[in-house]
Ligand binder design. Structure first.
Ligand code: GLU
Length: 314
């Protein structure tokens, strides 16, 4: 059965940009006659606002977007992520890393890798050969006075775990963007599954949860499209099904950047949900409903238009 989801990170209330992703995933599920779930992606707890989940659900409800099941909170799912991580570690597909950010920067600088503005720089592979190999190298190259401190740091178990990428060119299909391709080894390299300070990485959590919630269709903002190949290689490593993907257009601010909380996007105005929905539908290229259409009629019109555009039978 078609199962879609909207997976907000609760760093704040919905804004005009996140409503577009919510509306697109809801429309796709309704156009397919399927289920629509909400998953609160609260893995990065220091960045999360405890009041945000309730606020987000109230904002969705004001817009007539009701999930078909109570929301799933990623903060309750650690045991599932741990099982997946243990499996990858046991099979040698992931490995622990004890580097500090500064050490990674230094290794990259030594390789002549310049900082990329939006891109992530591939991990230099320092701990691929094992923490001990690295310790040996570190002891050879670092100043004597650092040795004692270093020995202490390394005697505590390193928790950051990385997924090991070999030569992997991933070809995948997006229902809006068409065929896509990424050389994951070159574009991102080995990537983090769990941070050394504890939080689970988005890539691992999203893959485990999409599978256990039976998500068949991921509909989300285009800014996440280049994460998809990493998620596909993880799905393959964990023998999980790959859902269909559709990456929706982004709402950009005057500076051309994606509208986001970090860029100061204001919360949706509570008193004008239809206005906010109209703007979101416009961003998705859907026709304006006749005025004055109440929210349920406007949504029904957009479901029909969405079905025409993305060709899904009900
Ligand atoms: N939590 C992510 C975000 O708010 C979305 C994750 C996803 O849809 O895969 O950007």
């Amino acid at each position: 059965m078609y199962t879609g989801r909207f997976a907000p990170s609760p760093t704040g209330p919905l804004h005009a940009g996140s409503l577009v992703a919510a509306l697109a995933s809801w429309l796709d599920a309704r156009a397919a006659g399927g289920r629509w779930l909400v998953r609160i992606e609260d893995v990065d707890t220091p960045r999360c606002d405890p009041a945000a989940p309730e606020r987000i659900l109230a904002q969705l409800a004001a817009c007539g977007l009701y999930p078909d099941a109570p929301p799933l909170f990623q903060s309750t799912r650690g045991a599932h992520y741990q099982r997946a991580l243990d499996d990858l570690l046991a099979r040698g597909l992931a490995y622990p890393c004890g580097c500090t950010r500064r050490e990674i920067d230094a290794a990259l600088a030594a390789l002549g890798s310049a900082h990329r503005r939006h891109g992530e720089r591939p991990y230099p592979g320092t701990c691929r050969g094992g923490l001990h190999g690295r310790t040996a190298r570190a002891w050879r190259f670092h100043l004597e006075e650092h040795m004692e401190k270093r020995a202490q740091t390394l005697s505590t178990p390193a928790q950051a775990a990385l997924f090991s990428i070999e030569d992997t060119r991933v070809h995948w299909h997006d229902r809006r963007l068409g065929w896509q391709s990424q050389d994951v080894a070159r574009a991102v390299g080995d990537f983090v599954l769990r941070r050394a300070d504890g939080p689970w990485a988005y890539q691992l959590a999203v893959v485990v949860d999409d599978a256990s919630q039976g998500v068949t269709d991921v509909v989300r903002g285009e800014d996440l499209a280049d994460n998809t190949p990493r998620q596909i290689v993880l799905q393959q490593a964990l023998a999980l099904a790959t859902p269909r993907y559709l990456h929706a257009p982004l709402v950009r601010g005057a500076d051309g950047e994606k509208l986001s909380k970090q860029h100061g996007a204001p919360a949706l105005p509570a008193e004008r949900p239809l206005h906010a929905l109209r703007a979101a539908a416009q961003a998705l290229g859907l026709p304006a409903p006749p005025r004055p259409a109440p929210i349920p009629q406007a949504l029904a019109g957009w479901v029909a238009a969405w079905r025409d555009t993305y060709n899904r039978a009900p």
